[in-house]
Design a protein around this ligand. Structure first.
Ligand code: DQA
Length: 151
């Protein structure tokens, strides 16, 4: 039996209000809906799905992922554009990291065009609404499986 992979899916500030927060941009699905989509897309992998409004909490969870996760999906929300601390934490990981956004920040205000997190991401998926998470989960687990493939 192959080992069960563990995927961390971390969510940054204000994503607890998904569904009621600017639904014209972020849609009507709640974070619980997104979690269910991630679990379905993970097809048996263990999903650790968390959200925090606090930068330090996210840093702690990224550090935890160093030893506990096979891959990480992160929607850093506003911290995408501000956080050297998240970048530095992500740089300590040797697992695949997929940055994920509901909207396409590149098509929005200029201050959203720069991502600190992208500097440490294996890849970025943005602009597909909640489906961004589904795609990100698939990509992260695919990378983790390939990394675990011998020969
Ligand atoms: C976001 C995009 C960010 O610019 C914004 O601050 C968010 C959500 C997204 O998922 O589209 O809070 O990460």
């Amino acid at each position: 039996m192959p080992e069960t992979l563990t995927l961390y899916v971390l969510n940054g500030p204000n994503l607890n209000l998904l569904g009621v927060r600017e639904p014209d941009i972020y849609g009507h699905e709640t974070l619980a809906d997104v979690q269910a989509m991630c679990e379905a897309a993970a097809e048996g992998a263990r999903v650790v799905f968390r959200q925090s409004n606090h930068e330090g909490q996210l840093v702690d969870w990224i550090q935890e992922a160093r030893t506990e996760a096979s891959a990480l999906v992160i929607n850093p929300a506003a911290f995408t554009h501000t956080s050297v601390a998240l970048l530095d934490a992500l740089k300590t990981l040797s697992i695949p990291v997929v940055e994920c956004h509901l909207s396409n920040p590149a098509a929005r205000e200029a201050f959203r065009h720069h991502s600190y997190v992208s500097l440490a991401a294996t890849g970025v998926i943005a602009g597909f609404g909640p489906r961004s998470y589904e795609l990100a989960v698939r990509a992260a687990l695919d990378l983790a499986r390939r990394a675990g493939t011998k020969g």
